[in-house]
Design a protein around this ligand. Structure first.
Ligand SMILES: [Zn+2]
Ligand SMILES: [Zn+2]
Length: 340
């Protein structure tokens, strides 16, 4: 019997435990991936703490996976052993619901599959994934760099490119953490006048290095007023986890401006209806994207030199790495490296 090491959670709120398991075989339509790296996302707490309804335990978290196809199941076309692939939040779909029939797989209504939630994810030496969830990793990207692009990367890249903002428009990125440090790079490389908003002055040099043209210190300055001095934002990407903080910047949107929520806030947003009406302003959310969007994210990152800033831990230190991510002290994305 071939075995592998995985890091699993056995019950909601339980610890992350390193265990040996039998290495699974890929079923029809699926591949087995030899995991090389897996990013730790704040959403892994949905599995760790049992916040997502209906999780079957034990469960292996992880939806920022980069590795190599190691075995291919029956009926898989277009993928072969040896290819470098990534798997992100969108880990498969039913193929027959109304959303899927419209090609909008990420909003699948019947059987949206999420690695680490609906099936075992990437805190492991091997994992099984449907072929429909795979993104090809370009040779220029290391596994450690590719992994965070599979959730933090695609979510910022894909929300920006579908935001309606055009080159030269003012785009603000609120928050400069795991999501925000990528959003600033993508926004600048897409040709937007890029404004980074974060707490304190200490992150200003980093924001400039990532490509931001302007910096607003949300502690010392009124971010909405500062954005209005720049003519108002066409788009604000909100990566912070406070609804109250998000509410405070809505007034910085220009005409037709859009607040795009990608940080999962625990408290509600409050907004003045008249402000939305008078300038045709809007507030929307954005869920990652499909496997081909992930692949586009990876390609664009190679093309333009966008890279995540990471702190790397070996798989066996997953529990410590997770706590480090949850502490908010990480600069800027934690990645588990599964092999030397
Ligand atoms: Zn994620
Ligand atoms: Zn579906």
């Amino acid at each position: 019997m071939k075995t592998m090491r995985v890091v699993q959670v056995t019950k909601p709120g339980g610890p992350l435990e390193l265990v040996e398991r039998e290495t699974p075989e890929p079923g029809p339509g699926s591949v087995r991936i030899k995991v090389q790296a897996c990013g730790i996302c704040h959403s892994d707490s949905l599995t760790k703490e049992g916040i997502w309804p209906g999780i079957l335990y034990p469960r292996v978290p992880g939806h920022e996976v980069a590795g190599i196809i190691d075995a291919v199941g029956a009926g898989v076309a277009g993928w072969a052993a040896g290819q470098r692939v990534g798997v992100g939040w969108h880990g498969g779909h039913c193929g027959y619901c109304d959303s899927c029939r419209r090609g909008d797989f990420v909003t699948c209504q019947i059987a949206l599959q999420i690695p680490g939630i609906t099936y075992d994810g990437g805190y492991a030496e091997f994992m099984i994934a449907p072929a429909s969830a795979l993104a090809l990793i370009p040779a220029e990207l290391s596994a450690v760099d590719a992994a965070p692009l599979m959730c933090a990367g695609i979510t910022t890249f894909n929300s920006l490119r579908n935001s309606g903002a055009r080159p030269g428009d003012t785009v603000a990125v609120y928050g400069l953490g795991g999501l925000g440090h990528l959003a600033v790079q993508f926004a600048a490389k897409m040709g937007f006048r890029t404004v980074a908003i974060a707490r304190g002055r200490d992150k200003e040099p980093l924001a400039a290095k990532l490509g931001a043209h302007h910096y607003i210190d949300s502690q010392a300055q009124d971010a909405a007023a500062e954005l209005n001095k720049l003519g108002g934002a066409r788009v604000i990407i909100a990566t912070v986890t406070s609804g109250k903080a998000m509410s405070a910047v809505v007034g910085g949107l220009g005409v037709n401006g859009k607040l795009i929520v990608i940080g999962a806030a625990e408290d509600p947003l409050e907004v003045n209806g008249l402000l939305l009406i008078m300038g045709r302003r809007s507030i929307v959310g954005w869920p990652a994207g499909m496997s081909i969007d992930s692949q586009d994210t990876l390609s664009f990152s190679v093309l333009t030199g966008v890279r995540p800033m990471t702190e790397v831990f070996p798989l066996e230190r997953a529990a410590e790495a997770y706590e480090h991510m949850m502490s908010g002290k990480v600069r800027f994305r934690v990645v588990l490296k599964t092999e030397g």
